[in-house]
Design a binder for this molecule. Structure first.
Ligand code: NAI
Ligand code: MG
Length: 395
């Protein structure tokens, strides 16, 4: 069956890496039609909406999206760049990817962090004997994607009702002397439904792929209500999976343990903010942003995207120097989701070969400063990296 995929390159290097992933999908024989979805900074400037309704309609219809990256800027900066014709008309900037996750309730975010042997960016550590060890890392982070600190329920100078309600909490006494206009409040709201969905997705993944542990990474000793709820749900659900151990760690300690024993972890599950933090932490051990892929899954719709942003300073370089692997691995996650696992594995294996051979590396893999000069220093362009992957795909 020929699929229809909504291709949303966004802006910056999103426009560079998404076509590369499609090139690989085509070469791997994945039969699909790609329809273009407008999203990102250009549409904010021109229309006052970085996520136009027509793009939402495309996703409603086709249900599967591939997303590159977008540029996001703080509200005030965004307002300054808006087309002068639209200024002062009440347009407010919101990140379209956060909007997309909320609009389609893409509440389960999966971020695998698996080291490719031979990647010079892999984490190494000194052993007791003084030799270098390169632990094989294979961690999958399940990040709740729609709630918590990203839900957007926040105020500076909260309105009367909110302020008075807050003041009924005994702990608010500590803030009673702060002038209202100097008070900023960002709420962290968790629901049991969303906690249950993310924790269950994590356990199901562990069961399907043979991971031995699921770690709830939160901070329940301090953030008792929300982190406490996630851990409680973790304990309840863990009973249904007797073969999988439940660990719980605090986000701060987990970040410290990252470089101590990263190979000990399997599946990690966390709320929105801590999931974002811990996944960037693990991604740093297996190649960084050039390798970090993700899936955003809802009940009816799914969007696949690299973790990196639009890297504006590299967006205009011709030829482009950025690493397309994160985007290509995200496309592999789309194939997994569509049941095309064998094809996804073929692509991942081709990437593995290119990395292991070590002849073809983008600037980030060579730890070079990102500039056109990197190409004279032995780094390859984005396109050549994809070509190398295509070569390995064939043979
Ligand atoms: P970024 O991820 O765009 O870039 C940070 C640095 O990482 C780059 O300067 C580059 O050195 C490196 N990098 C990123 N992707 C790479 C790749 N594929 N290959 C090689 N190196 C790569 O993050 P930054 O600079 O904080 O944000 C730039 C813009 O992107 C901002 O407007 C931000 O809001 C937005 N952003 C968008 C995201 C999304 O679309 N989901 C996620 C993160 C940031
Ligand atoms: Mg992030």
């Amino acid at each position: 069956m020929k699929r229809t995929i909504v291709a949303m390159p966004g802006d910056g290097i999103g426009k560079v890496v998404l076509p590369e992933a499609i090139r690989v999908l085509n070469a791997a024989g994945f039969e699909a039609e790609y329809v273009h979805g407008d999203i990102g900074w250009d549409f904010w400037i021109q229309e006052g909406n970085a996520l136009p309704d027509r793009t939402i309609a495309l996703l409603e219809k086709h249900k599967i999206g591939l997303f590159g990256a977008i540029t996001s800027k703080p509200k005030d900066k965004a307002a300054e760049e808006l087309d002068p014709k639209l200024r002062g008309k009440g347009f407010v900037y919101y990140s379209p990817i956060v909007g997309l996750r909320q609009r389609f309730d893409l509440d389960v975010c999966i971020r695998p962090c698996r080291s490719f042997p031979g990647n010079p960016l892999n984490f190494v550590r000194r052993s007791r004997e003084g030799t270098l060890e390169e632990p094989k890392i294979d961690v999958v982070i399940f990040r709740q994607n729609t709630e918590g600190l990203y839900a957007g329920v926040e105020w500076t100078n909260p309105p009367d009702q909110v302020y008075q309600a807050l003041m009924t909490h005994p702990k608010m006494k500590a803030f009673a002397s702060a002038p209202r206009e100097e008070l900023a409040v960002s709420t962290r709201i968790f629901t049991k439904r969303a906690c249950t969905r993310i924790v269950r997705a994590a356990f199901e993944h562990a069961k399907k792929f043979g991971y031995k542990s699921v770690t709830v990474c939160e901070k329940p000793n301090v953030i008792r209500e929300t982190s406490g709820m996630m851990l409680k749900v973790g304990k309840e659900i863990a009973r249904e999976y007797p073969g999988i151990v439940l660990w719980d760690t605090n986000i701060d300690a987990q970040m410290m343990w990252l470089t101590k024993n990263p190979e000990d972890y399997g599946v990690i599950v966390a709320g929105n903010m801590f999931g974002d933090i811990v996944s960037d932490g693990f991604a740093g051990l297996v190649g960084g942003l050039g390798f970090a892929c993700s899936a955003n899954l809802g009940e009816t719709c799914a969007v696949f995207e690299p973790t990196h942003g639009s890297a504006p300073k590299y967006a205009e370089l011709k030829p482009s120097i950025v690493n397309p692997i994160a985007m290509i691995l995200s496309a592999c996650m789309m194939l997994d989701h569509l049941g095309e696992t064998a094809r996804a594995e073929r692509i991942r294996s081709a990437i593995g070969k290119v990395v292991e051979e070590g002849k073809v590396r983008t600037y980030d893999m060579m730890r070079l400063p990102g500039s056109a000069k990197a190409l004279d220093q032995g780094a390859v362009s984005t396109e050549r990296m994809t070509d190398a992957i295509l070569d390995r795909l064939g043979g």
